[in-house]
Design a protein around this ligand. Structure first.
Ligand code: PMV
Length: 331
């Protein structure tokens, strides 16, 4: 039995459950302010370090799940039935394999994303988190958020952080089976916080995060400095959130994102996601800040930039970034 299947067996032990005819679930996307880059276990998506994200509220994934009447999975995305050999259907099917009660049990899965993937927000986090929740609803297991977060992690690392709203911290854990590697919500809300998506390129990235982080762990000589940097950034970010110190939050998030991109660049072969437009956007943020606008940015494994600011500065931010798509994470 695979390690992932063993984790599922362990979590579901003693949960008889009551199978329902169908279930629906929603999970928000999230964007990390202190990033996850590097695994200590590839199959279980166990991270080298902790990370801390902000959920994107209404931007996420809705999933409907039922037993399929036909002898194969039927997988739909945004209203279209997908070919069985499409990458989305393959990935979802491999995840569903972990949960089939019998080999001939097939699922009908309908996923709908409200997270605009073209804006450079990842939908895999909300996708696997909503799927874990829908499985829980379909089989009537009644799992805790902590257990759901562990199951979502088996689909994608960042999905661990998509079970809750607000600020969410993923504890790296040390256990070999990952039972202590789960995420939970911080208590503080910050209604004035805003995230702005600046779309610079909607094309698929050249190196995916799974392959990219593996390459960094294996070849980047600076990787050994990363866990210490993350520990410091996590402590500073949590202090900034507790004090609602926005410049401190921005400074930590931007610095952590740039440190991750420096790691990527020092990987062999190098991984550079930034385009000339990305660098121009970063310079615009710095120039705006020099002019007194409290504006910072973060970036994931792609060329698009996410702005961090407070509601009172939205008009000012729009002067520099007229096309920005603004999200209010706390509604
Ligand atoms: O969980 P994945 O494979 O989508 O990797 C996420 C990696 C980053 O988005 C770059 C960082 C993060 O913490 O979300």
């Amino acid at each position: 039995m695979t390690p992932a299947r063993q984790v599922v067996r362990r979590i579901l032990a003693g949960r008889a459950g009551q199978a329902q005819t169908g279930a629906a679930a929603y999970a928000p996307a999230n964007i990390a302010l202190v990033k996850y880059w590097g695994k200590r276990n590839e199959e279980l998506n166990l991270p080298v370090t902790g990370s801390l994200s902000i959920s994107l509220g209404p931007l996420g994934s809705h999933v409907e799940l039922a037993r399929a009447p036909e002898p194969a999975d039927a997988i739909w995305l945004n209203g279209r039935r997908l070919a069985a050999d499409s990458s989305f259907a393959q990935r979802a099917g491999a995840y569903l394999d972990l949960f089939r009660p019998e080999a001939d049990f097939h699922f009908e899965l309908k996923a709908r994303n409200t997270v605009p993937t073209a804006a450079g927000f990842a939908s895999s986090a909300s996708g696997f988190a909503s799927l874990a929740k829908a499985l829980d609803g379909l089989f009537g297991w009644n799992l805790s958020l902590r257990e759901l977060s562990i199951l979502a992690r088996l689909g994608s690392g960042s999905a661990t952080r998509s079970l809750a709203d607000g600020f969410v911290e993923w504890h790296a854990g040390t256990a070999a089976d990952g039972m202590d590697s789960f995420a939970e919500r911080l208590e503080t809300d910050w209604p004035a916080l805003r995230v702005g998506a600046v779309v610079l390129c909607a094309e698929e990235k050249p190196v995916g995060s799974r392959a990219g982080m593996k390459r960094s762990v294996e070849t980047c000589e600076f990787y050994r400095a990363w866990p210490g940097r993350v520990a410091q950034d996590l402590a500073d970010l949590k202090a900034a959130i507790a004090r609602k110190d926005f410049p401190m939050l921005g400074t930590v998030a931007e610095g952590n994102a740039l440190a991750m991109h420096a790691l990527m660049a020092a990987t062999r072969p190098p991984i550079v996601y930034a385009l000339p437009e990305t660098v121009a956007a970063m310079r615009t943020v710095w120039a705006a800040r020099e002019n007194g606008l409290p504006l910072w940015f973060t970036m994931d494994a792609g060329p698009n930039v996410k702005l961090l600011f407070e509601a009172k500065d939205e008009t000012g931010v729009r002067e520099f970034f007229p096309g920005v798509e603004v999200v209010a994470p706390f509604g």
